[in-house]
Design a protein around this ligand. Structure first.
Ligand code: 5GP
Ligand code: ZN
Length: 117
């Protein structure tokens, strides 16, 4: 069923506590934790607790949950005292998505170039 935990999903395992992660924020519906391979001084991933394979499916199936994720990106930016930052949802392998549980990257703490390439 849509949103159910998946046994083979790394981020579902982090939510369940079966894979360790440095968690920075938790809400009823979301978890935020530090990326294992940070691309900036702050690099935090915000995920919904429910499993959707990417941001498009999350937005289509559970728009209020997608809004919760976006809300948490702002909370992370505030906690990390970021005045400028970038929120990225890589969606699909062609866009660099490697973990197929929807997630927002929150990147900041250094200058960020645009376009990203
Ligand atoms: P994607 O490439 O799918 O947009 O982003 C997946 C992110 O998950 C990558 O930035 C990668 O470094 C991060 N990641 C992969 N495995 C782990 C892990 O075991 N723990 C944490 N905290 N992050 C991970
Ligand atoms: Zn998952």
């Amino acid at each position: 069923m849509a949103g159910e935990p998946q046994d083979d999903c790394l981020f579902c395992k982090i939510i369940a506590g079966h894979v360790p992660a440095t968690i920075v924020r938790e809400t009823e519906t979301t978890v935020a934790f530090r990326d294992i391979n940070p691309q900036a001084p702050t690099h935090v991933l915000v995920i919904p607790r429910a499993h959707y394979p990417n941001a498009a499916e999350l937005a289509a199936a559970a728009p209020e949950l997608a809004a919760d994720v976006l809300h948490e990106t702002k909370a992370v930016a505030d906690e990390e005292k970021l005045d400028s930052y970038r929120v990225v949802f890589n969606t699909g392998p062609g866009a660099g998505q490697t973990v197929f549980h929807a997630h927002a990257h929150v990147l900041g703490g250094r200058g960020l170039q645009w376009p990203p390439g």
